[in-house]
Design a protein around this ligand. Structure first.
Ligand code: PLP
Length: 468
């Protein structure tokens, strides 16, 4: 394709996109495909000669959508949603047109400075104190890995990056069992090791028990181990649990430990002042991650890491070979020095478009609706025969079980979710909570309406009735 053909094809792609989104409710959320079925339709060898673009586009329309899970479907209540507001889609299109590699200020001045501005807009929107800076990463997994590497190096006085880890003391990181597996991954990949991630026990509300945290730190110290960092959780993936930041970050500070807060999903809700009581103490964190690509409407990928002392992370991650040196070092920021990858996409543009096109009040309205509807849905499900709410709505996530008398509830709940997902009108996923198989119900898709929730409850009731 040549550039002069681009406008017509872009218009066609935009028309296809609008139609796709307008008709999503008519599609099953998950495709009815077997593993390998899609692959069998793709030629096994690349074409030797150029193909007409009509054929390429037609194959996309014919093959791809029907073999995809539709994350933007308004009745997607599984995992955590990964939104894509039209404004942010359009920004991606423009960022793609420029296709800059935003590793250094010099390679992308506007992208770099827009990133600085967007971090600060979001810092204000989430009521994070003014002394925090930040960086846009691809995912929370990368942000958390960067934070764990920084806590490791801080504890080793930056000897690890120079000498390697052989012969270094055993480092210990503390988190509750409600944290996401990306914390485990970061601890593994950092060389600290899974066995040195201490899963501190939780209280009755599934928040990390502060006294247990303190005593784990003391026991480790007494045993010659080196307490290194604390990872707090706001809106855990399984049931939406949150730690009491004010207490656990205070303990981290008193013990001189680096702290990181994973608010990948629920961080977006902090744009609403009424939910911020859970954020109390956030000013004590050293690092915070939240993903605008989950609940805020920026299309994937877009993860924000706020940092109180960026210099610690830069000291850990930055490498400055002569071929990357630029002028004006003291007046600029090179965000690749804050991250693991050198190459960086222009992600700030979609935040700029998103925030301006909705305004904070538009985004707040979406989140408030989702949280209110989740509360109502939990009440409605509890009213149905043979259903039990296992964990109450936390933000917009709750879990439930199908508990008809005379049956094993794990088996029946499993049968129900299989029936729901085979049916295709709604999409839910499961988790294991305190040894019980439960269904997660989470609301977060931007196009969801109250009627979609009502339909979800009818579908759950209808399919449950067919199972007893
Ligand atoms: C609480 C939490 N933290 C971290 C992650 C990992 O996010 P990412 O896919 O951006 O690495 C998730 C993913 O759902 C999550 O729910």
């Amino acid at each position: 394709m040549l550039y002069d053909e681009l406008p017509a094809w872009s218009a066609k792609a935009a028309a296809w996109a609008a139609e796709y989104h307008a008709t999503l409710r008519q599609r099953p959320i998950r495709p009815n495909v077997a593993p390998g079925e899609f692959l069998s339709q793709i030629p096994t060898h690349p074409p030797q000669s150029a193909e007409p673009f009509e054929n390429i586009f037609a194959d996309f329309v014919k093959l791809v959508p029907d073999s995809m899970t539709h994350w933007q479907h308004p009745r997607f209540f599984a995992y955590f949603s990964s939104n894509a507001s039209p404004a942010s889609m359009l920004a991606e299109q423009l960022a793609n047109a420029i296709s800059a590699q935003c590793m250094l200020w010099q390679t992308s001045p506007a992208a770099t400075e827009l990133e600085t501005a967007m971090i600060d807009w979001l810092r204000q929107a989430l009521a994070i104190p003014e002394n925090f800076r930040g960086v846009i990463q691809d995912t929370a997994t990368s942000s958390t890995l960067a934070a764990v590497l920084t806590m490791r190096e801080k504890a080793l006085n930056w000897r690890g990056i120079e000498e390697g880890l052989a012969g270094m003391p055993t480092l210990r990181v503390y988190a509750s069992e409600q944290t996401h597996s990306s914390i485990d991954k970061a601890v593994r990949l950092s060389g600290i090791g899974q066995n040195n991630l201490v899963k501190v026990k939780t209280d009755s509300d599934w928040a990390m028990c502060p006294a247990s945290l303190q005593s784990a730190i003391e026991t480790d110290r007494a045993n010659g181990l080196v307490p290194t960092g604390v990872i707090g959780c706001i809106g855990g993936t399984s049931i939406g649990a949150s730690d009491q930041l004010e207490k656990i970050l205070k303990i981290a500070r008193q013990n001189n430990l680096y702290s990181h807060v994973d608010a990948a999903w629920a961080g977006s809700a902090m744009i609403c002042p009424e939910f911020r009581s859970i954020w109390k103490g956030i000013e004590m964190a050293d690092s915070i991650v939240f993903n605008p690509h989950k609940w805020l409407g920026a299309n994937f990928d877009c993860s924000i890491q706020f940092l109180k002392e960026p210099k610690d992370q830069i000291k850990t991650l930055a490498i400055k070979p002569s071929y990357l040196e630029t002028l004006e070092q003291d007046r600029i920021v090179n965000y690749s020095e804050w991250c693991i990858p050198l190459g960086r996409r222009f992600r700030a543009l979609k935040l700029w478009f998103l925030i301006r096109s909705h305004g904070l009040s538009g985004l707040q309205e979406k989140i408030r609706n989702h949280i209110e509807w989740a509360g109502q849905a939990a009440i409605e499900i509890e009213k149905l025969d043979n259903f039990t709410i296992v964990t109450p709505p936390m933000f917009s996530l709750f879990t439930f079980r199908f508990t008809p008398p005379g049956y094993d509830a794990d088996t029946k709940t499993r049968e129900l979710i299989e029936a729901i997902n085979a049916d295709g009108r709604i999409y839910l996923t499961q988790t294991l909570h305190e040894g019980k198989f439960v269904i997660r119900f989470t609301i977060g898709q931007f196009d969801t309406e109250k009627s979609d929730i009502d339909m979800a409850i009818s579908v759950i009731q209808e399919l449950a009735e067919s199972l007893t």
